[in-house]
Design a protein around this ligand. Structure first.
Ligand SMILES: Cc1ncc(COP(=O)(O)O)c(C=O)c1O
Length: 371
């Protein structure tokens, strides 16, 4: 039996799909240390450098003292809800002026929980073809049907809505706002128009936009003034916020439904209180001072022809992508090759993710090599 797994692994290696965990020696601001080499880290979601900043960690522990522990010991619905969890949920409600918020242990948990539970049998989910794996996994667990529309193609979505909507009871449209592997942005105004026209629930995953876009850092919906029109907004704390966990915020009836039906929420031990306190502390004390550097980061992304701070460099074949990543490594840049199944076959790429301290000068050599 084990030989069949050996064979599968050999196949992965042969096609440059094999993944292994790298051990890094150290992370220091925008740099990462691998094999004794100091490299500019272009593969991090730590967009505002909150995650591995020693001063921030020290400042937080000074504030937190011994108030918060490292274990919640229980799921939220059992004994896992201390005041700090509700305080963070209330803070998110206040920021978005929304009816309800629910914390999840990660963005993965949130998307699996939402997409598996909102669509019951007789319901349907319309999902962007390039939506994150966590959304796909959620839909696959759902009792409803799911239909994928061409990436960011609103005409295709409308064609499908026209053809299919009447065959189902509830309908959900789900999209990322900033797409994680392409860095482009969904046409959210059109999504809102279509969800109203075809009586659907709109769920937007702002994982890569929360803490980056908008004056308050609430995401693309804030920056285009459309928060109120979206039924559920998902945000993650593991990226720009430099912490861990996620939230979904929006209509109270949907939040109450998720508390009762989202299995990834119900059947998992809550995040540690110290982690929830850190997230809340960062959002209240650090995020408000980042507007300028967030805008600089987005401007640099724009200069590299992206709509966001995520800049894809599409190579095509797996082997060539791995080779290019190696060349950049030798020149002081850490970029990971992104291959199927993370991205569609034939679109293997380097995903350059900018963080707030990276300057144009830092990228001069990389631009020479790539462009
Ligand atoms: C669009 C999107 N949603 C959700 C997630 C999952 O978030 P988390 O890492 O908090 O599980 C990711 C992670 O990369 C993502 O890119």
């Amino acid at each position: 039996m084990f030989e069949s797994y050996d064979k599968k692994i050999e196949d992965l290696k042969e096609h440059f799909h094999f993944r292994s965990i790298k051990n890094f020696e150290k992370k220091e601001g925008k740099y990462i240390y691998v094999g004794g080499k100091k490299l500019l880290n272009l593969s991090s979601n730590n967009y505002l450098n909150f995650a591995d900043c020693e001063e921030i960690t020290e400042e937080f522990f000074e504030y937190a003292g011994g108030k918060y522990t490292f274990g919640s010991a229980s799921a939220r619905l059992l004994t896992g809800t201390l005041p700090v969890y509700k305080e963070l949920e209330n803070l998110i409600c206040k920021l978005y002026d929304s009816e309800g918020t629910l914390l999840f242990n990660s963005g993965y948990h949130a998307n699996v929980g939402i997409n598996s539970s909102l669509a019951d049998s007789g319901d349907v989910i319309f999902s962007d073809k390039l939506n994150h794996a966590s959304i796909i996994d959620g839909m696959q667990l759902s009792k409803g049907k799911f239909i994928r529309y061409k990436h960011n193609d609103m005409e295709n979505l409308e064609t499908l809505l026209k053809r299919e909507r009447a065959n189902f009871k509830n309908a959900i449209i789900v999209s990322e706002s900033v797409f994680s592997m392409d860095g482009d942005i969904a046409d959210i105004k059109k999504l809102v128009e279509l969800k109203k026209k075809y009586d659907c629930i709109l769920v937007l995953d702002e994982a890569h936009a929360f803490g980056v876009f908008g004056v308050k850092g609430l995401g693309v919906c804030e920056s285009i003034g459309i928060i109120k029109e979206v039924d559920l907004i998902v945000g993650t704390f593991g990226k720009a916020i430099g912490s861990m966990g996620a939230f979904v915020t929006g209509k109270k009836v949907l939040i109450d439904y998720l508390i009762n039906k989202a299995r990834s929420f119900i059947f998992s031990t809550a995040l540690p209180p110290i982690n929830i306190a850190f997230t809340k502390w960062i959002i209240e004390n650090k995020l408000p001072n980042t507007y300028e550097k967030r805008m600089q980061m987005l401007a640099l992304g724009k200069k590299m022809s992206s709509e966001s701070h995520i800049v894809p460099f599409i190579v095509g074949e797996n082997d060539k992508t791995v080779e290019l990543s190696e060349i950049l490594f030798q020149n002081g840049y850490f970029t990971l090759p992104i291959r199927p199944p993370t991205v569609p076959v034939g679109t293997s790429r380097l995903r350059l993710s900018l963080t707030a301290d990276i300057t144009e000068e830092d990228l001069a050599k990389l631009r020479e090599i790539l462009y």
